[in-house]
Design a protein around this ligand. Structure first.
Ligand code: ADP
Ligand code: MG
Length: 253
């Protein structure tokens, strides 16, 4: 099934998902999902647990493989073409619920590893870059610590800074605040708001509807592997069209 790089249907959206379906064995986890994301757009994906949100965004950098439909990132199609996958992954940062930091490396080493290994940066340049992003997420003083010496909120900000050190054009967040104690959620959301204000293209899976209201250009509601409805936050929250969306919002708001 290896295919050569071919341009997407439009150079315009940085991400284009077109009629994407995916199965785990016989279980269909994604049903015909289409979604365009333009440069600088902020998309929030919400929906009940098990509705396919993680699977959806993991297909974008091919941590999961879809079986039908097409996904284009910057005009390159996500197939099993390894060269495309490498190119596309270089443009995409991902932040997970559980931070996924390397526990045996210091904060600074967590941040410099990627740039040194995959971008062939010299150690001193990688450290300068790392400190730049640690200042951005407001924890430069933690650079010499190990992840487990930090609070959850600090660890997640390190994870965000680590992604930013790869200077991605797109950031994917999968429930970045779900594992945090309530008092730490705000510091991580504030970091993400600043990132959004800097113009980063972002897809954020979250149940933080306050964040969705203030930051999102487009809110997508998933249920049972289907994109049930989507729209700008004023419409989505003010006048949801689908009964399932209303029921979900009633539960969480
Ligand atoms: P969400 O992120 O919305 O909670 P997921 O994308 O994680 O949803 O999962 C969607 C559905 O797919 C769930 O029913 C889940 O149990 C199932 N699923 C997720 N990962 C796998 C897997 N690797 N193998 C089989 N089923 C899976
Ligand atoms: Mg999930």
């Amino acid at each position: 099934m290896t295919q050569s790089a071919k341009p997407g249907p439009s150079a315009d959206p940085v991400i284009r998902m077109s009629h994407v379906s995916k199965w785990y064995g016989h279980f269909q986890v994604l049903h015909d999902v289409s979604l365009d994301v333009r440069k600088g757009e902020r998309v929030v994906v919400c929906g009940p647990s098990g509705s396919g949100k993680s699977t959806l965004i993991r297909c974008i950098n091919r941590l999961e493989v879809h079986q039908s439909g097409q996904i284009f990132v910057k005009g390159l199609e996500m197939t099993d073409n390894v060269k495309n996958i490498d190119t596309i992954r270089r443009h995409i940062g991902m932040v997970f619920q559980n931070f996924n930091l390397f526990p045996h490396l210091t904060v600074l080493e967590n941040l410099t590893l990627g740039p040194m290994l995959t971008r062939q940066m010299k150690k001193s340049a990688a450290e300068d870059l790392a400190m730049h992003f640690l200042r951005k997420v407001r924890i430069p003083e933690q650079s010499g610590k190990y992840p487990l010496q930090l609070s959850g909120g600090q660890q997640q900000r390190v994870a965000i800074a680590r992604s930013l050190c790869m200077e991605p054009e797109i950031m994917l967040f999968d429930e970045p605040t779900s594992a945090l104690d309530p008092e730490m959620i705000k510091e991580v959301l504030d970091t993400m708001i600043e990132l959004a204000e800097s113009g980063m293209t972002m897809i954020v899976v979250t149940h933080e509807m306050g964040f969705a209201r203030t930051v999102a250009d487009n809110v997508v509601f998933m249920a049972d592997g289907r994109k049930v409805e989507s729209g700008p936050p004023e419409e989505f929250f003010g006048n949801p069209r689908e009964e399932r969306t209303r029921a979900f919002l009633d539960q969480i708001l």
